[in-house]
Design a protein around this ligand. Structure first.
Ligand SMILES: [Zn+2]
Length: 244
């Protein structure tokens, strides 16, 4: 094993380098210009969560290829075939992650750390794809944010403060969003998704979350034996009691 835990090989095309991890089935495809420190931070982020994800999703040795793009337009065209909302800086699915070079974070209104956490977020999507897990956006995005640990206490406190101003319609839209785009276009949808996972773990336990996550595509409350309105009230109370 090399000292850094990975090695980089030169190629001749526009993605000019391949970085292979020594101990995990991960390949990073990137340009010559991607800084060494960025590769190192991506590798550290992946290594810190890979084993936890194997355990949670009950699969091992999931192959992942990570494509790192120098600009957002190329990322969007390569990943989706068209321009996407500007907040979309990463995509993850069938054995592939496509992300924007974290050192360009400021150009898209993000921080460098936020972008590194996006790599973990997308890695979770690769694992859930592999295991054909739950399809509701609030759950898949929530579990991705849970492992990415993107949100801090202040972010959640802000949501908790505004909780009474949010209509039942907003909660229902969050709960029923079918796609990540739909969830993300609702203000605070991803943050809400993060807190719903936190709420389920604290109230029903991590095992129940796992059991629920591997079950068929139903709304969160359907496997927890509560009424939808009761579930939403419990979630709101949890936010107020924990963060205010
Ligand atoms: Zn996502």
């Amino acid at each position: 094993m090399s000292k850094s835990g990975y090695k980089t090989i030169s190629m001749s095309e526009s993605f000019s380098k391949i970085t292979l991890l020594d101990c995990l089935p991960i390949t990073i495809i990137h340009s010559d210009s991607l800084k060494k420190e960025v590769i190192k931070d991506i590798v550290i982020a992946i290594k810190s969560k890979y084993t936890k994800l194997e355990k949670f999703f009950q699969v091992s040795n999931v192959d992942v290829t990570i494509f790192v793009f120098a600009d957002q337009l190329s990322l969007h065209i390569f990943a989706c075939g068209s321009v996407q909302p500007s907040w979309m800086v990463g995509f993850g699915g069938d054995k592939k992650i496509m992300i924007l070079d974290p050192s360009t974070a400021e150009q898209v209104g993000k921080t460098y750390q936020d972008m590194i956490k996006t790599v973990v977020h997308e890695l979770v999507h690769v694992f859930s794809w592999h295991n054909n897990c739950h399809k509701l956006a609030i759950m898949t995005e929530g579990i991705a944010e849970h492992f990415a640990e993107r949100y801090n206490y202040e972010d959640i406190k802000h949501l908790a403060r505004n909780i009474n101003n949010l209509s039942d319609k907003t909660f229902k839209l969050w709960l029923n969003a079918k796609t990540s785009e739909e969830l993300g276009s609702r203000q605070g949808g991803y943050l809400a998704a993060y807190t719903i996972i936190e709420y389920i773990i604290r109230t029903y336990g991590a095992e129940k979350l796992k059991e629920y996550f591997f079950s068929k595509d139903v709304a969160p409350f359907e496997n927890l034996n509560v009424e939808p309105s009761q579930f939403i009230e419990g979630w709101k109370n949890f936010l107020r009691e924990t963060y205010l």
